[in-house]
Ligand binder design. Structure first.
Ligand code: TXA
Ligand code: MG
Length: 317
């Protein structure tokens, strides 16, 4: 099944492909997704094939309302409901006990389903027009940097999918924060676009199950992930060896020992949200530049700085 990929803003066209069981690129506020009918195992299989993704890596299900979520999960703990009220739509994914209607292929056999309401007007409208939710991983080949524009999706998946719905550059820029629940306790499985501080304002102190080695249950947490083709070295500023022909990803100030020309500041104003928004596009740009290697400095470990550090660490692993 080979298509020339079209980029466009036509929701009806995207819905037509999805209704036919095909997969399309969709915008969200975090990163672009590779979406298919979550209730149709053939469409879900197609997602795994296009992405070259191992079947042990479960997918996130996208819907447009809390009422919809209730159709797919057995129960919603109080804490989860409070998070939903406060942060959905938004960059938050909850792990909830699934109903049988969600195919095992979506959850890789786990009894929880990862579910979220993406905060993007085009995709919310698309979801309202469909009679099913969308399973969607990030729309990149497995292990590579996630796409934050329709063009990124096209560059990597042209010929493999019929359509990319173009919703512009994503506003948040890193994937959703994933939260599960155990005995009334919130557990963070992936740091992401919703700051842990915001979650803790509702849940109290969270626990982490953010693995850094190979963990078949949570492969977004694979030690090496989100990786450019070039070698990336992630370290505290003082530990980076001075070198020519390398590119440096820094936060708000140029670091010493390198030419300013070699460096990209993710946010000259020192805004971690802006830095997160720019991160993946800059990694791509440097991966396609003349630099032989990419250095990245450690960001402040607060707010979205945690997600930035997490992605850079995995990109460098
Ligand atoms: O922002 C996002 O979440 C984006 C956009 C497209 O929505 N999606 C995304 O999907 O990042 P993906 O497939 O690249 O990452 C999903 C992560 C994986 O690490 C997967 O292991 C984890 O979610 N996951 C899914 N279901 C799970 C479950 N039941 N238990 C634990 N982890 C789960
Ligand atoms: Mg991904």
């Amino acid at each position: 099944m080979l298509h020339q990929t079209t980029i466009g803003t036509d929701i009806t066209e995207a819905a037509r492909f999805l209704n036919a069981g095909d997969v399309v690129g969709i915008p969200t506020e975090t990163v672009y997704g590779l979406a298919g009918n979550a209730l149709n195992p053939d469409a879900v299989l197609r997602i795994f094939t296009v992405k070259d993704r191992p079947h042990f890596d479960p997918l996130i299900v996208h819907t447009h309302s809390v009422t919809e979520i209730e159709k797919y999960v057995l129960d919603i703990p109080d804490m989860a409901r409070q998070l939903m009220q406060r942060f959905m739509p938004g960059p938050l994914t909850l792990l909830l006990r699934k109903k049988d209607i969600i195919p095992d292929l979506v959850t890789s056999g786990l009894d929880t389903v990862a579910i979220r309401i993406p905060n993007h007007p085009l995709t919310l409208e698309l979801l309202k027009q469909l009679s099913f939710p969308l399973a969607a991983p990030s729309a990149n080949p497995f292990g590579y940097i996630s796409p934050t524009t329709a063009q990124h999706v096209y560059d990597q998946l042209n010929g493999k999918i019929p359509y990319v719905l173009n919703g512009g550059a994503t506003h948040v820029g890193v994937e959703s924060t994933i939260v599960g629940f155990e005995d009334g306790q919130a557990i963070v499985y992936r740091v992401g676009g919703l700051a842990v501080e915001d979650i803790e304002s509702i849940t109290g102190t969270v626990k982490y199950n953010v693995n850094e080695s190979s963990n078949p249950q949570v492969p977004g947490m694979l030690k090496s992930h989100y990786a450019p083709q070039k070698q990336l070295i992630f370290a505290d500023e003082a530990l980076l060896p001075t070198k020519q022909n390398v590119a440096v990803i820094a936060f708000d100030k140029y670091i010493s020992g390198f030419d300013e020309k070699q460096q990209v500041l993710l946010s000259p104003q020192g805004d971690l949200n802006e830095a997160a928004k720019n991160l993946f596009a800059v990694m791509r740009q440097l991966d396609n530049s003349d630099a032989v290697m990419i250095f990245a400095i450690r960001f402040p470990d607060t707010g979205l700085g945690r997600a930035i550090n997490d992605r850079l660490k995995r990109a460098g692993a």
